[in-house]
Write a protein that binds this ligand. Sequence first.
Ligand code: GUN
Ligand code: ZN
Length: 446
Amino acid sequence: MYGDCIFKEYYTMVRQIFIGPMIHTDENEELIIKESSAIFIEDGKIIDVMENPKTDQQKIDDFHADKINNLSFGQFMIPGFIDCHTHAVQFPNLGLGYDKYLLDWLETYTYPLEKKYIDIKFAKQVFEAVVKRTIESGTTTACYFASLYTEASGILVEQAAELGQRAFIGKINMNAPRNDGYYESTENSIKDTMAFIESIERTGNPLVKPIITPRFALSCNMELMQELAKIAKEKNLHIQSHISENEDEIKTVKQVFKEQLSYTAVYEAAGLLTSKTILAHGVHLEDSELALLEKRGTAIIHCPSSNTYLQSGLCDVRRLKANNIKVGLGTDVSGGASYSMLDEMRSVLHVSNCLSLTKRDYVPFNYKEAFHMATLGGAKALSIEDKVGNLVPGKEFDTLIIDLNTKSSLLDNFKDYTLEEKLQRFIYSGDDRNIVSVYVKGRKVK
Ligand code: GUN
Ligand code: ZN
């Protein structure tokens, strides 16, 4: 059982140098482009970044690296993608069931699939593919809704640890009674959540963390949400849930929690709004809710692909940001039909362009802002920007090596492109075939 094994670090290369071009974003959401750089890494951590390494060979020699990785001509480095919201159990439904709105979609397609994870063999088969596929498409950090079932959730922990992905993994909490039995008692929900957290803690793996996961306000009563908030506080854990995704959902939340003035007020009353809370969607939030989220430092995870497929709405992310709300990006599989963060960035741009067609003076996002949202923006939403999000000294080396010239690439290079143009082409038109290597904390995982 994964809880009983001690996490073993796999770093065969204690000191490494990566030499080649790199692009990332900074605090101001600006692109930083280095045509030629050397990144010095020790135990998975970036300890120095030097520009124009050809001018100081001595510094490279003095580092006594176990391995020097010289990027091939045309390749460049970018930070790994951070998928702040996805459902591992829903991968078998990718590409299915987009003919219903959220609440019917959950009943018709999603809950019946999720009940199957009582079968551990099925869980193993799916979760192995989930972690492998997401790593291959460049997701170095993933925030997963795992399963209602503790044992199945543990399988996802095992897979992330084994394959080397950085992950927040939540056992889903749902105690609202349902006719099909797909829920748990309050007592079991709390007991199993504690057991799940402790089993992850026992692994000692610094990359895989538990996250408190009340599914949404319609799946949990106030007592359970309050108990979960207490656990998060005692153990200083992240919290994830859904908020204000669909208009019928919001109406129902207000009917169920009559004493609360808004959806956000329900989570506030439960004590779930913290600076380590991330809430997916936030499409229809009222001004007063934005103020409350800002006050608590709670982040919204933008899931544009899911929001359009399930016809939940077009989220005005400019408005969230204007209210100082941190925004990360999530694929929300299988509300979203792709686990690729490249696809999700394109959805950011599509939704934002659509909004600009209907709203006067709305400035749509550009690809650089989408790139920021998929990297440093996500890290900030998760409050892990001290560890990942861009390639600066002090952070861990979570990096993708991009190549638009691979044999399998769908992109032809009929002319020379600048480094910035290469990034732009990758974001608009590339795919996982252009991601030749993936590193998490210095360990090569693709
Ligand atoms: N709200 C509650 N559960 C879910 C889910 O699984 N997916 C989405 N998109 N919204 C939800
Ligand atoms: Zn979701």
